[in-house]
Design a binder for this molecule. Sequence first.
Ligand SMILES: Cc1cc2nc3c(=O)[nH]c(=O)nc-3n(C[C@H](O)[C@H](O)[C@H](O)COP(=O)(O)O)c2cc1C
Length: 206
Amino acid sequence: MFDRDDVERSLKTVETGAPFERFGRWLAEAEEKEPNDPNAMALATATSGAAPSVRMVLLKEWDEAGFVFYTNFESRKADELTANDQAALLFHWKSLRRQVRIDGRVTPVDAATADAYFASRPRDAQVGAWASDQSRPLAGRFELEKRVAKFAAKHAVGPVPRPPHWSGFRLAPHAMEFWISHRFRLHKRELYERADAGWTVQELFP
Ligand SMILES: Cc1cc2nc3c(=O)[nH]c(=O)nc-3n(C[C@H](O)[C@H](O)[C@H](O)COP(=O)(O)O)c2cc1C
């Protein structure tokens, strides 16, 4: 049984940077070992009525302020995040047999941050951001190809500006759980939770 004294004994306060340092080490290992998209993460959102949805996105920047991904701000995920800023991220690095769960709230990144990232993207991806009405119905592949051709022609000369509907969200975490596979399903789970000063860490039953 779960004894309250045990819980209090095992709850430790750690330094502010602790879960981020750990995340950085794990991501660096994933970048060496995962053959595809080690920065891919599932993003769970929910409507204001609490209906959930989930999809993959790519982590593009991160630090102690949060985890940033970029997307179309007229997409389903953006609609849900605008109505309900609570979201969750999940990394699963199969080759490492590790999982990281992150819960928090999102805010849009500032325009300068989004501009800088957009400018670093390949030109075809910049044109694609203009061409895609992400999450809305598409008549067929030809409709998309026509829109790509239209925006490629429109922005044929000079830098492609960032579309007004394309930007990033930053998820500021209040909980981060690190999971490592162990034999006989006796996995190791450590849950970091934001506290007044720094973070606490607590092991959980697998
Ligand atoms: C590995 C992977 C990475 C992806 N990265 C992104 C991303 O960074 N941004 C994005 O908008 N969609 C990304 N997608 C596509 C999304 O999963 C999703 O199809 C799209 O964003 C529309 O989602 P929504 O209708 O829920 O808004 C990625 C898909 C995969 C499989």
